[in-house]
Design a protein around this ligand. Structure first.
Ligand code: SAH
Ligand code: SF4
Ligand code: F3S
Length: 482
């Protein structure tokens, strides 16, 4: 669930503004639509997981309602926002570096407001305002509805903060404004927070308790996206398998398998993906639902974290190696064509060389198509930080990580090379990164394919592509038909 790129928002719609400022800087309220009002601009960068990128789209919508439109030019913005991640120390370092850049903008354009959103805002709270003198607004992930008020009080010269976590907030009624969109694929948040307490992880502290979004609002969003021409939605949550929504009208419970099925029935041409699955919670019902619907993609991101049972226990993952292996076997059993990917952490507290070997051996066992791989980074306040010593020296962590990366790369290459000669149904997403003579698109297994354009096909279309070549990261091929 990570993305490295920054998002630049581009809003074009005319919005109903509720808070306006006149020439003297007085804030007043206006609920009517003002077509020719000179809109204020905001600029936003997002870091971290897909949930954060999805949240930025909710923020864009909330800001749109009070008259802000987005710009890709930070110098042209009255408001600069950064949606932050705390998952590893390096993620926080990146945010601090970006704040130095925004400080420069503010020096050149006094009056520019700088707001910090997301997990780092939630983790550091008031400390952020103390440590970063030029930050004006601090807002946690459950407090975005308060942004208009916070902005108004920052405009009055205050430095407001709202980091209240909620047990209910799901932003279910907000229609996200799609940012940086290819018009073909979109994220839909189906739940927020996390009730697991993996000992290395900061997310339960930054995102609060787990809560599931109203299933009807999810279906409405998926239907709306399909009608707008989108052809793929990714259902997002830290642990989608524990999705559980109870309909207040009849107390009917909707679990994740049932939600998947309902979204799959929105339209046969709408592809469904989801992330992230937790090995302890992924049920056979989910696997059979995936197998029963062609439009639910045959791809599962199933982070193992470690291949060793003792380390998994210390990580408080609540499954062991044998349990994980059984889940992998079951997936391949029910869906032989399914691809599985993983997250792995090298050098967790007290990890021995033999235990590291157990993580390595999980790569060929599960035959991961790809993985996100990290070395352990202690996060303040987590169970591991409180109870375990971060005792693996950095060089050893890095060496173990490199061994994991090397083996995964070899495994990914072999995984991809086995696809040479096969024909896949691919959803065209747009031009390939390197050339506008080529399209890019993914198959059901989430592999990226690059193939020469044919003028009769456009992004959003499904085509059959025969694979002729493969690297560890992509497949190359050509269109063979519809
Ligand atoms: N909810 C997802 C994970 C979200 S965080 C899940 O349970 O799988 C994304 C990934 O970051 C995790 O899977 C883990 O591999 C990594 N990660 C989290 N905390 C970390 C830490 N303290 N050090 C290194 N990697 C970490
Ligand atoms: Fe973190 Fe574990 Fe929750 Fe994932 S399931 S977000 S790793 S606590
Ligand atoms: Fe996501 Fe980073 Fe927060 S991974 S939930 S943005 S700590």
């Amino acid at each position: 669930m990570r993305r490295k790129n920054r998002t630049f928002m581009d809003l074009t719609s005319t919005n109903t503004r509720e808070i306006l400022k006149d020439k003297q800087g007085e804030v007043y309220f206006n609920k009517s639509r003002q077509e020719n009002f000179d809109q204020k601009k905001f600029y936003i960068e997002s870091y971290g997981c897909q949930m954060n990128f999805s949240d930025s789209e909710i923020v864009a919508s909330l800001l749109g309602e009070v008259g802000y439109s987005a710009t890709q030019d930070m110098f042209g913005a009255e408001l600069i926002l950064i949606n932050t991640c705390s998952i590893r120390e390096r993620a926080e370092d990146t945010v601090r570096q970006r704040l130095r850049v925004f400080d420069q903008v503010k020096k050149q354009k006094p009056g520019t407001l700088i707001g910090v959103l997301g997990c780092m805002a939630e983790r550091l709270k008031k400390k952020f305002l103390e440590e970063e003198k030029l930050v004006d607004i601090v807002v946690g992930p459950d407090a975005y509805r308060d942004l208009p008020n916070l902005i108004a009080s920052a405009e009055e010269g205050e430095r407001p903060i709202n980091v209240l976590l909620s047990r209910e907030e799901t932003y279910a009624d907000i229609s996200p404004i799609r940012l940086n969109s290819n018009g073909v694929t979109a994220f839909i948040s189906i739940m927020r927070g996390c009730d697991n307490m993996c000992s290395f992880c900061v997310v339960p502290f930054t995102r609060g308790r787990e809560r599931s979004r109203n299933a009807f609002s999810i279906l409405a969003e998926a239907t709306d996206l399909f009608e707008q021409g989108y052809r793929e939605v990714t259902l997002l949550g830290q642990n989608v398998d524990s999705y559980k929504w109870s309909n207040p009208e009849n107390n009917e419970i909707v679990n994740f398998a049932q939600l998947l099925e309902r979204v799959a029935k929105v339209a046969p041409d709408l592809r469904i993906r989801f992330s992230t699955s937790h090995p302890k919670d992924i049920t056979d019902e989910v696997l059979y639902t995936m197998a029963a619907h062609e439009n639910i993609c045959k791809y599962i991101h199933l982070p193992v974290q470690s291949g060793n049972s003792r380390i998994l226990k210390l990580m408080n993952r609540t499954y062991d190696r044998a349990w994980y292996q059984e889940r992998v076997n079951k997936i391949y059993n029910i869906m032989p064509d399914c691809a599985i990917s993983s997250d792995m952490i090298a050098g967790f507290c007290t990890e021995t060389e033999e235990e590291h070997q157990d993580t390595l051996s999980m790569i060929p066992f599960a035959n991961y198509s790809m993985s996100y791989m990290f070395f352990y980074s202690e996060r303040p306040g987590t169970l591991a930080a409180k109870k375990l010593e971060d005792d693996i020296p950095l060089e050893i962590k890095k060496r173990r990580l490199q061994e994991i990366i090397d083996l995964q790369q070899k495994t990914s290459r072999a995984h991809n090379q086995r696809d040479i000669g096969s024909v896949f149904k691919v959803l065209i997403e747009g031009d390939s990164k390197k050339s506008d003579q080529y399209f890019k698109g993914r198959n059901s297994q989430n592999k990226m394919l690059i193939f020469p354009k044919q003028s009769n096909y456009q992004p959003g279309a499904y085509v059959q592509v025969q694979v002729t070549d493969a690297t560890s990261a992509t497949l190359k091929g050509h269109i063979t038909g519809q």
